[in-house]
Design a protein around this ligand. Sequence first.
Ligand code: IPE
Length: 246
Amino acid sequence: MTTVLKLGGSVITEKETPETVDEAALSAASRAVGISDEPLVIVHGGGSFGHHHAATRGVDTTEGTQDAADVRAIHRAMGALNERVVDALAEAGVAAVPMRPLSVGHKTADAAFVLPTDAVEAALGEGFVPVLHGDVVAHAESGASVVSGDTLVVELAEGLSVDRVGLCSTVPGVLDEDGTVIDRIERFDTVAAALGDSDATDVTGGMAGKVRTLLDLPVPASVFGPEALEAFLAGDPAGTRILGGE
Ligand code: IPE
């Protein structure tokens, strides 16, 4: 069973302090990943590394920069975090190898993200665990802009032959109006009220945008918190299961 797993930036970093890893959380997540021996692709977010530099330089998923120094600063910070994540995974016995989106991915003028997945597939086939990250990538007519880890997850799930997707974030799942984790979502309209029914412009974040995106995936997805990571990887119930276009 091949899995694409995203570790949210707020899970593995201390969001309030620039460029600070949450060591305890990162090693706990790495140990949970180390227990599984199934094929796995990992994507991590930016947390206090990428987001800090992107915000300082006024760059986000739509607002690009023409300044190469901005691109270098954001990419360098994400590289520093990627190295820490890869090292923590390696320490937990995971065959982690870094694979960095700026070198291979890009966005078209209409902001569609394109990611050739052949190299990731080849690495997986050799038993490695590719570790990608949210990054800054060339964006036609806008210079370079941020691609989120969530977008990478979608491209990987569509481009590779994967069986499931997991998003590990700081919440235990998708929550209803009472703050209770929703077990299963098959259609957006059934949860629209609870999620505050975002419109199509909600592409930069928020749970509603995440759920819509995950409903469009060709494989089942789960949204869960760090405490459920081991259960998710073992195939046990974890957080919210999102079953859209299977
Ligand atoms: C952001 O990735 C990457 C950069 C800011 C360069 P994400 O948007 O996936 O990061 P998190 O998970 O929200 O921190």
